[in-house]
Design a protein around this ligand. Structure first.
Ligand SMILES: *[C@@H]1O[C@H](CO)[C@@H](O)[C@H](O)[C@H]1NC(C)=O
Ligand SMILES: *[C@@H]1O[C@H](CO)[C@@H](O)[C@H](O)[C@H]1NC(C)=O
Ligand SMILES: *[C@@H]1O[C@H](CO)[C@@H](O)[C@H](O)[C@H]1NC(C)=O
Ligand SMILES: *[C@@H]1O[C@H](CO)[C@@H](O)[C@H](O)[C@H]1NC(C)=O
Ligand SMILES: *[C@@H]1O[C@H](CO)[C@@H](O)[C@H](O)[C@H]1NC(C)=O
Ligand SMILES: *[C@@H]1O[C@H](CO)[C@@H](O)[C@H](O)[C@H]1NC(C)=O
Ligand SMILES: *[C@@H]1O[C@H](CO)[C@@H](O)[C@H](O)[C@H]1NC(C)=O
Length: 529
């Protein structure tokens, strides 16, 4: 089975298929190096967001705080760009604490540490069986005038850049050849059709990836470089590449995935659709979401490699758009349990609520790294997804919508059924989502989030009521969950607590499943659960 999966994906994507195959199973925590953690003993900086300046995070401080990420079940990190940035005086838009203002990319950014410290970070990530994805900026450099001194960049000749023009966002050629930014902080556009540029970029990326043992790349502004540049570049990199194509349309974004472009793209169309469906107040437009799911299925080369997210350094935090916590929990659950690689932007688990840049780049330390409800939900979703990936071919199974209404959505991927709602936190006695599950009547299904039990009715129908508010529900056949580490007490797998005394007498983990199922059925019919 594994062999045939590998063979299939080799056919689909010849250059670096094995690596894309490996990333498909991962779950990514995105970090802005400057904001994630302070070094031990550091004086806590004031870190005023509107100042747009450095707050003090480093590669060392990420390395020292990986437990916080790994304990939530993430199997990869994505860090902000590591290359040298603009060195001059503070600009009208502040300092390059974010890393997206490249100068000489052959050098590392000394604000974040030394080459040895970056190597120590990747070594520690690998020791934990995690992957590291590094953000890179290829499309442009950064300047403070329209006639910058080219000697400060890796590319030093005029012909290595497209001539200045302001971007016309209705014209793709203009988006790819003109200069992003503005006249205060222009971003001179590298001429990625130039043969010297192509060859220097190719050796630069091979060297960066190999020197620091990088497992994957996130490519900034990938849409702003002609797609034909990417296959050879990615081949030189030799690792999985996920491009940023900042656009709500599936038909546009999907053009950037495949052998003519990149392995993967960030799933911006899903990001917008999740907002349309779940933000409160908001349009509560569930069909905008089902429409993107079905368009995606038809248009992308491989939906299971897309990067699913709710927040990043360029968009407002979810809670700036929607304060209801359940709106985020439901939207986030979709990103974890439908096709694609889940990505969580640092601070989402702390329900940060800043608006656009720079207010969405808050330092994480004031949160005290508290294990919040959102953090626990991410942990549960990662635990389930990691278990599914370890034990089944879940990652490559298709997502199928079972039902959708104005307020409810149920979908299946592999042997998991996810039931979501956009009604928000207030309990609603008379609202429910009902759907035909894939399970025969009388199957016991467990909601892995609340460890509640559901029993499939005649025809496999299950109804989820929202008497405790609009919580996400994630259902698995109870027999399948044995060994997942989830809902142990509900499954009768270890000492229960809070009055589940009958469960305690069935504490053996080795008990045959038939016994277990009989037991659960009996407790339900006795009305004990
Ligand atoms: C699109 O932009 C390119 C590059 O600036 C320009 O040469 C071309 O004329 C533009 N096309 C249209 C239709 O405006
Ligand atoms: C919901 O989204 C769909 C698809 O994007 C759109 O056609 C429809 O007009 C939207 N409905 C409302 C009420 O906004
Ligand atoms: C949205 O962000 C802005 C700027 O950070 C802030 O002033 C505002 O209070 C935020 N709104 C919410 C609902 O958090
Ligand atoms: C973090 O800890 C500090 C010091 O104990 C406390 O003042 C602050 O309120 C805490 N912040 C959060 C979000 O728990
Ligand atoms: C998945 O399998 C790997 C390798 O056998 C193991 O290290 C890891 O703990 C497993 N994870 C889960 C969630 O089962
Ligand atoms: C839901 O029903 C229960 C039991 O009948 C009742 O106590 C509760 O107030 C109702 N809640 C709402 C929001 O109607
Ligand atoms: C569930 O049981 C497994 C072993 O069966 C154990 O490793 C895990 O820690 C338990 N989880 C909880 C939440 O009790």
């Amino acid at each position: 089975m594994l062999l045939s999966l590998v063979a299939l994906s080799l056919l689909a994507c010849p250059a670096f298929a094995a690596t894309a195959e490996q990333w498909r199973t991962r779950s990514i925590y995105q970090v802005i190096t400057d904001e994630f953690a302070l070094e031990p003993g550091a004086v806590v900086p004031e870190c005023v967001l509107s100042d747009s300046t450095w707050c003090g995070g480093t590669w060392n401080s990420i390395r020292e705080n990986l437990d916080y990420i790994q304990d939530a079940g993430f199997t990869a990190i994505w860090i902000s760009p590591v290359s040298q940035n603009y060195q001059g005086p503070r600009t009208a838009y502040g300092d390059p604490y974010h890393g997206y203002w490249p100068a000489d990319i052959q050098q590392l950014n000394e604000h974040f540490g030394t080459a040895n410290e970056l190597m120590a970070l990747t070594a520690e990530v690998h020791r934990r069986d995690m992957y590291i994805m590094v953000d890179i900026v290829i499309n442009n450099v950064m300047a403070t005038s329209l006639t910058p001194d080219l000697s400060s960049y890796m590319f030093k000749d005029q012909e290595h850049y497209h001539p200045y023009c302001p971007v016309d966002y209705s014209n793709l050629t203009s988006e790819q050849q003109c200069w992003l930014g503005d006249t205060t902080v222009p971003l001179p556009d590298v001429n990625t059709e130039n043969a010297d540029v192509i060859s220097q970029y190719s050796s630069w990326i091979a060297n960066l990836v190999q020197t620091y043992n990088i497992d994957g790349l996130r490519i900034d502004a990938a849409k702003h470089v002609h797609a034909s540049f990417w296959p050879a570049f990615a081949q030189s990199a030799g690792v999985f590449c996920m491009g940023e194509v900042f656009d709500p349309s599936v038909s546009t974004v999907s053009q950037w995935q495949g052998p003519q472009a990149l392995d993967s793209v960030l799933n911006y169309p899903l990001y917008y659709a999740l907002q349309a469906a779940f933000t409160l107040p908001g349009p509560q437009n569930m069909s905008a979401l089902t429409s993107v799911l079905s368009q995606s299925k038809a248009a992308y080369k491989d939906t299971t490699l897309l990067g699913n997210f709710l927040e990043n350094q360029d968009v407002p935090r979810w809670h700036n758009l929607s304060v209801d916590p359940q709106s985020m929990y439901n939207a986030m659950t979709l990103g974890f349990l439908s096709d694609g690689i889940p990505i969580v932007y640092y601070g989402q688990e702390q329900s940060f609520s800043g608006n656009s840049d720079p207010y969405n780049r808050e330092p994480l330390w004031p949160s005290n790294y508290t294990k919040t409800t959102a953090y626990e939900l991410m942990t549960t979703l990662n635990t389930l997804r990691n278990f599914l990936i370890n034990t089944t071919d879940w990652a490559t199974q298709p997502t199928n919508v079972l039902t959708s209404t104005d307020n409810g959505l149920a979908f299946q991927k592999g042997n998991i059924v996810t039931v979501l709602t956009n009604i928000g936190s207030p309990p609603q006695n008379f609202t429910q989502t009902s759907f035909q599950s894939p399970w025969p009547a009388e199957t016991i299904a467990i909601d892995v989030i609340a460890c509640r039990q559901f029993v499939a009715a005649s025809g496999g129908y299950i109804g989820v009521e929202y008497t405790k508010g609009g919580v996400p529900v994630v259902l698995a056949d109870s027999s399948f969950l044995v060994g997942s580490g989830l809902c142990n007490a509900t499954l009768g797998l270890q000492d229960g607590s809070q009055g589940q005394t009958i469960v305690q007498s069935f504490a053996s983990r080795d008990r045959p499943l038939t016994w277990l199922l009989t037991f659960i059925t009996i407790t339900i019919s006795l009305g004990l659960v």
